[in-house]
Design a protein around this ligand. Structure first.
Ligand SMILES: [Zn+2]
Length: 161
């Protein structure tokens, strides 16, 4: 199975970078400020989230498919590991719909609304802006999009020769 894959995630305290990447890819991902303890697993089950952790001793505490133990240290390897384990490729249409910082849904804003909130050269060279209603962070197609797309190109080349 590849392509559209609509699930929500929760990561423990050791996977903060992975949580940000998952949000950039458009997946609702809660960053849990603690280890993969009982409350973490309870929240995952209650909210129907796939639990992501590096702690091997929680294996078997959630139904398979609802818990993924991540082994890699590097965030891009972690992302690849997760995509391989759950057999999915992210949907480009979903990317950049969620704030990487606070997991809130971004809203599209007109250019005059963000005047003065982004560097001048960014304001001058972009037309499409999104804003987070929670932290007021402004997003535009820029470095994040390039990073994600180059990662996906590598991933796809490596796994679909
Ligand atoms: Zn935000």
């Amino acid at each position: 199975m590849t392509g559209i894959f609509y699930v929500k995630f929760i990561t423990d305290v050791n996977l903060g970078k992975l949580a940000k990447w998952m949000r950039l890819l458009g997946y609702d991902t809660v960053f849990y400020h603690g280890n993969a303890d009982r409350d973490f697993l309870k929240r995952a089950a209650q909210e129907g989230r796939v639990a992501l952790t590096r702690k091997k001793n929680v294996a078997g505490k959630l139904p398979s498919g609802n818990l993924v133990i991540i082994h890699s240290d590097n965030v891009l390897d972690q992302l690849r590991e997760l995509m391989e384990t759950l057999s999915f490729l992210p949907d480009p249409a979903r990317m950049f719909s969620i704030c990487a910082r606070c997991n809130a849904d971004l809203i599209e804003v007109s250019k005059d609304k963000i005047s003065g909130m982004v560097p001048d050269y960014i304001f001058a060279s972009h037309t499409e802006f999104h804003m987070c209603p929670h932290c007021n962070g402004v997003y535009w197609p820029g470095t994040h999009i390039e990073k994600v797309q180059s990662f996906l190109r590598m991933h796809i080349q490596n796994h679909h020769p």
